[in-house]
Design a protein. Structure first.
Length: 227
């Protein structure tokens, strides 16, 4: 499967795994840039002023950078992917909370591609699509709750559940063979495996967002981001 974009992954990943070459990493970065740019284009016309789109790009890029940095601070790292991080999913759901679902979904998909290049080892292209732009992109579902009371909490929960949905199907389709090692049915294995890292981080984040000073701070940031 070696070509300009991929090469054989390290032996520890098995004979079927590949990793990206420099050209492949460059192509993914460019694709992420396209998604982020699309988050500007897809805004409603009445909201597409030069001032707002520039601020939107700056705030979205800052949230994605914070998401990347905090995703590297891991309290639990599972062997087949997935980890409990320092509230990294929260920063990505903020983009949808600030700017709505169209911007939130496209920016979150861009973030998923950036997550992929941090460790660009994979088995098949469909696996990459489900695990990264779709699973992380689902965090942008927070945008559907951007105008609701307590919208950040509800949006965050929706985003995590969306990511859980795609991660579950990825586990079912691409990693189900590992279920036999734990004497589990494949669906149960995938549900439990993905719950081990998504649910604890989600619970801790919701607890944080329930604190009145934190809630007020995020609301003020939203006003600044959207004004």
């Amino acid at each position: 499967m070696n070509n300009i974009f991929t090469k054989q992954a390290p032996p520890s990943w098995g004979p079927d795994a590949v990793t990206l070459t420099t050209a492949g990493i460059t192509a993914v970065i460019l694709l992420a840039a396209v998604f982020l740019t699309a988050s500007l284009v897809f805004r409603p016309k009445e909201e597409r002023t030069a001032r707002l789109t520039t601020k939107q790009l700056v705030f979205s890029a800052a949230a994605m950078a914070l998401g990347i940095v905090t995703s590297m601070i891991k309290f639990l790292n599972l062997p087949m992917g997935g980890s409990i991080t320092l509230f990294s999913m929260l920063f990505i759901t903020l983009i949808g909370y600030w700017y709505g679902p169209r911007t939130g979904l496209t920016a979150a998909a861009a973030y998923g591609l950036l997550q992929f290049i941090l460790e660009p080892i994979f088995f098949t292209l469909p696996q990459v699509i489900i695990d990264y732009p779709l699973a992380f992109g689902a965090l942008g579902l927070s945008g559907f709750f951007s105008r609701r009371k307590n919208g950040l909490v509800y949006g965050y929960i929706a985003g995590v559940l969306g990511r859980y949905f795609f991660s579950f199907w990825s586990g079912m389709i691409f990693f189900g063979a590992y279920a036999a090692d734990y004497h589990m049915a494949v669906p149960v294995y995938s549900l439990l495996y993905n719950a081990m890292y998504l649910i604890p981080e989600a619970v801790l984040t919701v607890m944080l967002l329930s604190l009145a000073p934190v809630k007020q701070s995020f609301f003020r940031v939203k006003q600044t981001a959207a004004e």
